[in-house]
Design a protein around this ligand. Structure first.
Ligand code: CP
Ligand code: NVA
Length: 310
């Protein structure tokens, strides 16, 4: 075995609250230094491999930039590496992890990242699957804390599809003490036991599921939405457009929010579907700060993971 302990981050639940706090504290420090022009080489010569089964701007570039700023290197594996085609995932993972220190994987099915992690001898980070998007949720919660000073006592209102991003945010809210509410049509909500299971694990976790977006956003500090049709669901796009029609985040919906409420979106956005230009480009929108924080928080994740767990 190359590594004695090998931690993987496949969901937010793989991290304890204290570990998330530690990651945020490293991220905050590295973000402040970056703003002063300092790129601290905490991970010299460390190598990251990225395997992406789906497209990406933010996740790929923010991870590649993060490891470069930290003094390491990134190798993006294209189709020619033959992931899932030339050999078993187990063999791929066993071999790749002899060469690199960390693997970032974006996959179609969550089982694939689990399989990769099972056989990898270096840490695997989930850069999005159909089930979860933990790095997104961690950066978002970091952003909310930057804006509001704390998460406890505040409400995040998810409007739209109960998807990978929503699931990871709910896990993060449960761990960090933020209330999570969602307005999601029947048929697009989480699996029935998901939120109750989180509450059983984190008894202080408060959540509520609404039919009407207006009811969900009323007490929220954050109104969050994502595309109605995620990557891989393109065949359902027409039906989804119809089913989510009443769930658009527009000026009328934002008028129901309290003073100081912000709008968040993981991006990329389908403008004119889940969100209107007036909202995403408006004064309440913090989407660019969110996107910027992907890099800062992933630096925190990498520095924490590779310094203490590889
Ligand atoms: N938010 C996000 O993960 O964006 P990409 O799909 O561009 O990586
Ligand atoms: N839910 C979206 C998130 C993209 C970052 C998707 O999976 O396509």
């Amino acid at each position: 075995m190359k590594h004695r302990t090998c931690r993987h981050i496949l969901t937010v639940e793989d991290l304890s609250t204290a570990e998330i706090e530690r990651i945020f504290s490293i991220s905050e420090d590295l973000k402040a230094k970056y703003a002063e022009g300092i790129r601290e080489p905490l991970l010299p010569h460390r190598v990251m491999a990225l395997i992406f089964e789906k497209p990406s701007l933010r996740t790929r570039v923010s991870f590649e930039a993060a490891i470069t700023h930290l003094g390491g290197n990134a190798i993006f594996l294209g189709d020619d590496a033959g992931f899932g085609k030339r050999e078993s995932i187990a063999d791929f993972a066993r071999v790749l992890s002899q060469y690199v220190d960390v693997i970032v994987f974006r996959g179609k099915a969550h089982q694939t990242v689990e399989e990769l992690a099972k056989y990898s001898e270096c840490p695997v980070i989930n850069g999005l699957t159909d089930y979860a998007h933990p790095c997104q949720a961690l950066a978002d919660l970091f952003t909310i804390r930057e804006l509001a000073g704390k998460l406890e006592g505040h409400t995040l209102a998810w409007v739209g599809d109960g998807n990978n991003v929503a699931r990871s945010l709910a896990e993060g809210c449960a761990k960090l003490g933020m209330r999570f509410v969602m307005a999601t049509p029947e048929g697009y909500r989480f699996e029935a036991d998901f939120l109750p299971r989180l509450r059983a694990k984190y008894p202080k976790f408060e959540f509520e599921v609404f039919d009407r977006p207006e009811d969900a956003v009323r007490d929220a500090l954050v109104v969050y939405t994502d595309v109605w049709t995620s990557m891989g669901q393109e065949a359902e796009a027409e039906k989804r457009r119809r089913d989510f029609h009443a769930y658009q985040v527009n000026g009328r919906l934002m008028a129901h929010t309290q003073k100081g409420a912000v709008f968040m979106h993981c991006l990329p956005a389908h403008r004119g579907e889940e969100v209107t230009d007036e909202v995403i480009d408006g004064p309440q929108s913090v989407v660019i700060q969110q996107a910027a924080n992907r890099m800062h928080v992933q630096k925190g994740i990498l520095a924490w993971l590779l310094a203490s767990h590889s």
